[in-house]
Structures are given as structure tokens and as C-alpha cells.
Ligand binder design. Structure first.
Ligand SMILES: [Cu+2]
Length: 90
């Protein structure tokens, strides 16, 4: 899973950039977006998420506090009922 990432940073280190983009399988309607929103709303270090249903992307914007790592974000997506298939940082 996530081959690009492993060469860039470890899965367990806080994300080093102010934003990150997750590619997510199966996003199809505003209810999907809502479930994901709810998961990220309770996560420390996250200011907001922008969800692009057409592209299947979740753009995460980090704020104050310790940023989450990729595993935490993948778990949040999982808890919402979806699967992360990709990850990128600017
Ligand atoms: Cu949906």
C-alpha cells in the first residue's frame, strides 16, 4: 500500500507539510463526504478537509497542534467506510 510514500516519509511520522491529499476509493455522494468530515473533525491537528467527490480526493489542511500521521488518517477514512489508495503532499 502507498508505495510512493515510503520513500518520502514514514507512515508514523506527523505529516511534514501544511496540507496533504488522500486518494480515496468509493466516494460517490455528499453523505460519503459527510462521514469523512465527521472522522476528521475529531482528529487533532486538522483544521479542515475539502472533499472532491469527482476526483475521489480528500484534501486535508492542518492547523495548530501536532499533525496526524498517515496511518491515523487512513484509519479515519477506514472508519468512515472507505479505503485510501494514494497519498500526496505538496
Ligand atoms: Cu455516498
Amino acid at each position: 500500500m502507498l508505495p510512493i510514500l515510503t520513500s518520502v516519509l514514514t507512515l508514523l511520522a506527523p505529516v511534514p507539510t501544511p496540507t496533504a491529499t488522500l486518494t480515496v476509493n468509493g466516494l460517490s455522494c455528499p453523505l460519503c463526504a459527510n462521514s469523512i468530515d465527521k472522522q476528521f473533525a475529531r482528529m487533532g491537528g486538522v483544521k479542515k478537509v475539502d472533499i472532491d467527490l469527482g476526483e475521489g480526493k480528500v484534501h486535508v489542511f492542518f492547523g495548530e497542534g501536532k499533525r496526524p500521521n498517515l496511518v491515523a488518517m487512513a484509519k479515519a477514512i477506514d472508519a468512515a467506510g472507505f479505503t485510501v489508495t494514494g497519498f500526496s503532499i505538496p
